[in-house]
Unconditional design. Structure first.
Length: 228
């Protein structure tokens, strides 16, 4: 037997979720290097807005969505469906029917390492979806003994474990372990709080390098290269 199931992820802690709702996600790009999905994975349906939730992972085969149909009825409220298609970018595993099930279950969104279909209908349902594109060619219920639910997957070049925090908006998608995020979220929020003042100073004509210290660093580097 090649089909695998893992443990259902725990819900995102309420305190961490509250902080993430106030955070500008790109600020995390100042502190993290791993976990960012390929830029080809973009927001296809923006109906649900920003996405915050725990990863509920599914691994499918190129043409078979049996595992996905099974998983869609199990996802918890506030979770984000993350689909690893095994590299297939022709068959759309997610369309109106799967999206309707996700909305009924209270899912926070869906991230697909592949293509999706029925985008107009999904927009009406109100589900936010990120994917590599769209297609009219869909998966079928072949019942292939492969794939898995709540197992480690790859999405957009990033390894995603069940329960990882999923953050997605118009800028991209990030997967990160909750314990890692908990260590840096307060620092990132402090950065966000300082940014309006920095922008205001730039509008008065202040040089960015002076405000951030980059110009002083450049001066030090040039001094090192100057013959004594």
């Amino acid at each position: 037997m090649f089909f695998h199931t893992g443990t259902t992820p725990t819900s995102l802690p309420a305190e961490l979720r509250e902080k993430l709702e106030r955070l500008s996600f790109p600020t995390l790009g100042h502190y993290l290097e791993e976990g960012f999905a390929d830029t080809e994975i973009r927001r296809i349906v923006a109906a649900g807005g920003r996405v915050i939730g725990s990863a509920f992972t599914v691994r499918t085969t190129a043409t078979d969505s049996t595992a996905l149909h099974h998983a869609a009825g199990l996802i918890g409220a506030g979770d984000v469906l993350v689909i690893d298609t095994g590299g297939d970018r022709r068959h759309a595993p997610l369309g109106e029917v799967v999206a309707a099930q996700l909305v009924a279950r209270g899912a926070a969104g869906a991230i697909v390492d592949g293509v999706v279909t029925d985008t107009d209908e999904i927009t009406e349902l109100g589900l936010s979806v990120h994917a590599r594109g769209t297609s009219m060619l869909t998966t079928k219920l072949h019942g292939i003994d492969a794939g898995g639910v709540n197992v480690p997957v790859t999405c957009g070049g990033a390894v995603v474990n069940p329960g990882d925090v999923v953050l997605a908006d118009a800028n991209g998608v990030l997967f990160v372990a909750p314990e890692v995020l908990a260590r840096i979220v307060d620092i990132a929020l402090a950065d966000d709080a300082e940014e309006p003042e920095l922008v205001a100073e730039l509008r008065t004509g202040a040089p960015l390098g002076t405000l951030t210290g980059a110009s002083d660093t450049v001066a030090e580097l040039l001094a090192l290269d100057t013959p004594q």
